[in-house]
Design a protein around this ligand. Structure first.
Ligand SMILES: Nc1ncnc2c1ncn2[C@@H]1O[C@H](COP(=O)(O)OP(=O)(O)OP(=O)(O)O)[C@@H](O)[C@H]1O
Length: 632
């Protein structure tokens, strides 16, 4: 073999193959997106990423990955030829040719290592950029227009959105790349190795009939029959893998709830019920895992047998020609390798069948998630408009999702300095009215006039975010002067000498607010804590802890009043926001708010008569839509 000529041939081969592959690849993606359901789903989820109007980089990256994939195929062909040269030199006892082959191997192996590393880097970088884009798309869709909240009103609410955002995006992006490049590699390799095998195979007499190039036909026949059987045996795995994801997500969700509601469950001593639920969900996971094992035994058993039989098959077929000296040892070895490669490549479709099935399940989950976001957006929205600082309701009718009337034709002007108390029996719709004013309740019509920004809603159980006490106090405002994201651990720390005994130890602390908080803001936060009678926590402002669990409900409610003082909203809506405080504290908190924020429009929901002192006007909801407005 003339290896210098081979280098030129390889260059020409790569260029030709590249032009053809790029065209076919582009056309195939287009056709799949247009004519198949799953292709359409793929494009609707991620087509935007590949739009040249946004950026050319993703398309260029795919083009580069294609080039690298084709180079890999060509290198495989060169390795195959190298084996032929090397074994032929051994058979001929040609020492010069043998050492030349060794030098050649050094060149091929170096090229292979460099290509593989570069390919790895380009594919990883591409995957990461794609994940970042897709994550941002879904995350902003989920957060915008409060889809994460409003999706609960859909007929079919979305299961495990966290899994879809966190896990499915990664799987989707990685599988899209590995499957598509796998197909390209398999197809191009099939063509390349068919050509090799074509050159090496001779006629074969089967039942008296001479079949020319029999080896090529045999390998195709062999793999096609194997694939038909494998698909038949492997088909149930599609559903089983889909169920595996679902059962695991359900089990994880039940565990998360146990942590979330640990105190309530502990007070009820509900371990038996929780344990039964958790065990039954885990039993589903395990039952399905066994079903996967048994089905995989059949599937893998078949695949292993097919693969093992393929090892000796070409030797058996070519033996006759080798012993009659029609072909060299190098030819025989190369035949076996080419057959093996061809078998592998054709089997790619059989083996990838399973991966493709779970890929489609992931695609379905992401499409369902996108669909739910769209549907949540299309839910009717309350008619909220802005007229300066005016806060008013005009002809507002509120119902439950199934159409039960809660409030009918409510007209109300809430002027500053005239706090309003909303009262009424449980279930009358007090909280729902606040939801409507906040723009969260889809089932209402009439006009809601309020400032677009600057309204703060405090609920009975204040939300305490993850992080420090300071984060909780300023929520939902961004902390003044806070660093963006915590730094990632130094790679060298992770590389270390051997594995660290405690991986937690190498991670940076998750908050670093203390270093960057300036003195003015710090003093302001401490002052507010003292005002809401939480002075004893002033030195723990930068402590990261599970504050939602540590603070009593009354303390959490006072923290929420602290938020109010810091946020200085135009209007505040307090839904039983003092229910866990004694009357003295309740009185002190209302006085504080009235003193500090006299201009703020204040609307409270509550049952206690002590609230009347602070609210000269009252709205009483009376079930079935009736209401009454009074002054005290
Ligand atoms: N997401 C929902 N789906 C169906 N019905 C709902 C939903 N949210 C609230 N409701 C119903 O709307 C009605 C009003 O609920 P709301 O929470 O506004 O009552 P409330 O007056 O604040 O009661 P409480 O004083 O007990 O807090 C209740 O009958 C409740 O069951």
């Amino acid at each position: 073999m003339d290896w210098q000529q081979e280098v030129i041939n390889s260059g020409v081969w790569v260029v030709k193959a590249y032009v053809i592959t790029t065209l076919v690849f582009g056309l195939t993606v287009w056709a799949l997106a247009k004519f198949t359901v799953w292709g359409g789903h793929f494009w609707s989820i991620t087509g935007g990423y590949f739009s040249p109007k946004r950026s050319w980089r993703p398309i260029l990256a795919v083009a580069l990955i294609l080039l690298l994939t084709l180079s890999a195929v060509r290198l495989d062909v060169l390795f195959s030829n190298w084996y032929n040269s090397m074994y032929t030199s051994l058979q001929k006892l040609d020492e010069v040719a043998f050492w030349a082959a060794m030098w050649l191997f050094a060149v091929l192996a170096t090229t292979h290592v460099i290509r593989s590393l570069f390919d790895f880097y380009v594919q990883q970088a591409f995957t990461i950029h794609w994940r970042v884009w897709l994550n941002e798309q879904l995350l902003s869709g989920w957060l915008n227009e409060q889809s994460y909240y409003r999706s609960q009103y859909l007929d079919k609410s979305i299961e495990n959105p966290d899994q879809r955002i966190q896990q499915d995006i990664t799987v989707f992006v990685e599988s899209s790349l590995t499957l598509s490049m796998g197909v390209v590699n398999a197809l191009v390799s099939t063509i390349a190795f068919t050509a090799i095998l074509w050159g090496l195979s001779g006629p074969l007499a089967i039942m008296g009939v001479d079949i020319p190039r029999a080896m090529v036909f045999l390998v195709f026949l062999y793999v096609i029959i194997a694939t038909v059987f494998a698909i038949h045996i492997g088909r149930p795995l599609i559903l089983l893998n889909f169920l595996n994801e679902r059962f695991n997500a359900n089990y994880r969700y039940a565990l998360v709830r146990l942590r979330e509601y640990s105190e309530s469950i502990a007070f009820y001593a509900g371990e038996r019920v929780e344990g039964a639920l958790l065990r039954s969900r885990f039993a589903q996971v395990i039952g399905n895992a066994w079903a996967i094992v048994y089905r995989s035994l059949k599937f893998l058993g078949f695949n292993f047998t097919v693969t093992q039989a393929a090892v000796v098959f070409p030797f058996i077929i070519q033996a006759q020609r080798f012993f009659t000296k029609q072909i060299s040892l190098g030819d025989l070895i190369q035949t076996a390798q080419a057959f093996g490669r061809l078998q592998d490549n054709l089997s790619f479709f059989r083996n990838a069948y399973d991966n493709f099935a779970s890929y489609r399940a992931t695609l379905d989950r992401l499409t369902g998630f996108r669909g739910a976001i769209e549907q949540a957006r299309q839910l009717p929205e309350p008619d909220v408009s802005e007229q300066g600082q005016r806060l008013a309701l005009e002809s507002l009718t509120v119902t439950t999702p199934n159409g039960r009337l809660l409030i009918e034709n409510l007209n109300l002007d809430i002027s500053e300095g005239q706090p309003l108390l909303i009262r009424g029996p449980s279930g009358a719709g007090k909280t729902t009215l606040l939801r409507a004013i906040a723009g969260l309740w889809p089932y209402c019509h009439g006009k809601i006039i309020r400032p677009a920004t600057g309204a703060l809603f405090l609920s009975q159980k204040p939300y305490i975010p993850l992080g420090s006490l300071r984060d909780a106090l300023y929520y939902p405002q961004a902390l003044p002067g806070l660093k963006e994201a915590p730094p990632m651990p130094d790679e060298s720390a992770a590389a270390g000498h051997g594995a660290p005994s405690n991986l937690d130890a190498i991670l940076p602390p998750s908050d670093s607010a203390a270093e960057t908080m300036d003195a003015t803001h710090d003093e302001q936060a401490r002052k507010v804590l003292r005002q809401v009678q939480l002075g004893h926590l002033a030195d723990r402002l930068d402590e990261t802890a599970d504050w939602g669990r540590i603070l009593s409900l009354g303390e959490q409610q006072r923290l929420a009043f602290g938020r109010l003082l810091l946020a200085k909203p135009i209007a505040a809506f307090l839904d039983e926001a003092t229910s866990a405080m004694d009357e003295g504290l309740e009185d002190a908190m209302y006085r504080l708010v009235r003193e500090q924020l006299p201009q703020m429009a204040l609307v409270s929901v509550g049952h206690r008569s002590t609230l009347l002192v602070h609210h000269p006007r009252q709205l009483t909801l009376k079930l079935e839509g009736a209401w009454e407005l009074s002054n005290s």
